[in-house]
Design a protein around this ligand. Structure first.
Ligand SMILES: [Zn+2]
Length: 132
């Protein structure tokens, strides 16, 4: 896993965040086993529930290019706020479905950094295994 490259890609992506309402900019980057990097940004909408978070856009971008959870080695998520932010509940549920439980998730706001696994972010989660 190339953490520094993921973070630099995420910060570069954050420049393109579309956040005219919250002014809270998010950039994200997924790294794949074969060394590809897929960016994401938050994209807001005047109809607020239509808004999509940056980490989901990055994961969906990797999936749209044919990658799946076993191909993804990590994700970096960077934010523009003063406090170090972690993912919302909806993104955590998306990660449980679309990433492996031991995939590292790196958060940074440029001053502080935090790394957790997907499972640490959403313990006792509901997944497809519950539907069997
Ligand atoms: Zn989210």
């Amino acid at each position: 896993m190339n953490k520094e490259k993921m973070l630099s890609e995420a910060f570069a992506a954050m420049e393109y965040a579309y956040a005219p309402y919250s002014h809270f900019h998010v950039g994200a980057c997924v790294e794949t086993r074969d060394g590809k990097f897929f960016r994401g940004i938050n994209i807001e909408n005047a109809s607020y529930p239509v808004t999509v978070c940056g980490e989901r856009v990055a994961i969906f971008n990797a999936y749209a290019n044919g990658y799946r959870k076993d191909d993804i080695v990590g994700i970096a998520i960077v934010t523009s706020g003063n406090a170090l932010s972690a993912s919302c509940g909806m993104c955590r549920q998306a990660m449980i479905e679309l990433l492996k439980k031991d995939t590292p998730v790196i958060f940074s706001n440029g001053q502080e950094e935090m790394i957790m696994t997907v499972d640490e972010m959403l313990p006792h989660s509901f997944s497809g295994d519950d539907l069997l």
